[in-house]
Design a protein around this ligand. Sequence first.
Ligand SMILES: Nc1nc2c(ncn2[C@@H]2O[C@H](COP(=O)(O)OP(=O)(O)OP(=O)(O)O)[C@@H](O)[C@H]2O)c(=O)[nH]1
Ligand SMILES: [Mg+2]
Length: 407
Amino acid sequence: MLHSKVLLPRTWSLLGGLWLWRTAFSPHIQICLMQQQIKGWQRILSTSCANCAKNQRLRQKRVISEKKLTRYFIDHRRVSVTGGHGGQGINSFYSEPRKEFGGPDGGNGGDGGHVILKVDQQIKSLNLVLPLYRGFDGEKGGSKNCYGANGGYTYVKVPVGTLVKENGKTVANLAQHGEEYVAAYGGTGGKGNRFFLSNENRAPVTDTAGEPGQKRVLDLELKIMAHAGLVGFPNAGKSSLLRAISNAKPAVAPYPFTTLNPHVGIVNYQDYEQVSVADVPGIIRGAHLNRGLGLTFLRHIEHCRFLLFVVDLSVSEPWIQLQDLKYELDQYEEGLSKRPHVVIGNKIDLPQSKANLLLLKEQVEQRVIPLSALTGDNLEELLLHLKELYDCYVNAEQSHKQNSVKW
Ligand SMILES: Nc1nc2c(ncn2[C@@H]2O[C@H](COP(=O)(O)OP(=O)(O)OP(=O)(O)O)[C@@H](O)[C@H]2O)c(=O)[nH]1
Ligand SMILES: [Mg+2]
């Protein structure tokens, strides 16, 4: 029973209305109407939930530390794949009243299921790929010549542009949506004793076990992680910049190595083009020798088509940062720093940055875009230049008769 104070005045009026209808309509119609009325009460009585939802909407999104961020971009995965085991063949003889020796009727086992990598253009990162996959086993055969069912295929969805490597050698380049690659074949099913029936042997008692599935360790690697990569020293403001130009929410804090995993944000343009930008953890001197967060992060940069070098204009001699960054990239892979790029001078809002910007422009031949990721000053210039770099990339791919990666 509901307490009378719990019900609102409107609810009471509805109850009164129901009492009047009871006398006017037949029992069946009354029941239908009652049900509708009860739904109505629920709506009235659940106004507190609506208020909760309203308050939740007003609440601000918290800045979560990097260690608590569960969503980040993964462009490399080592995965162990094993095909399903073939089903056991069966040893059986047919027998029924008046047909006592009906002959061998043991069926074959089913084949084990394959593990298949399948390209899905909806998937962008390898974070859904698990470290271990095992195909379904085939079922064992049955009497009366029944074959065991084959194990179903196990599909692993991977993004477009996934390279499959085994012992360092590329074994597959999955470049088209829907393309499939059998990573591990399932084992063939065993034979039942019916299989061994011959003129020489009318009552075979042999049956064989199913074969084990193929076992492989594969490295899945994305050829392109993002169109643009933000390259800079720790604390240069890469994550702040990605937050400013896209919807991505990497952690930002005033200490080095805040970003521990790469994050990818999408910049949307009015012509519906989308440019992806990757925030890569900070690089320090000696990164090519695996110092700091090391070589893994240089590999992320290798998977970007053009680079955005972010330098902190508030430190003295910012061009030294730029030289160090280029040196580290070239030590990792010759010519990596020569990819199409632009230099971004961040933190222009700080007082010492203006003077440093002039010095940087004197030292550096390339274009320097001064901006502030914090206040949003001059972000438009970066966004326009980003689109130019993207258009150049698309044209270059078209001239090589290759499809550019769309996000
Ligand atoms: N004044 C000012 N501060 C900025 C600007 N951009 C970033 N910062 C600050 O610089 C600090 C580091 O910023 P992050 O975006 O975390 O730097 P990061 O390059 O991602 O650093 P790591 O993840 O450690 O590599 C934060 O305290 C930011 O608030 C800017 O344009 N102006
Ligand atoms: Mg960061």
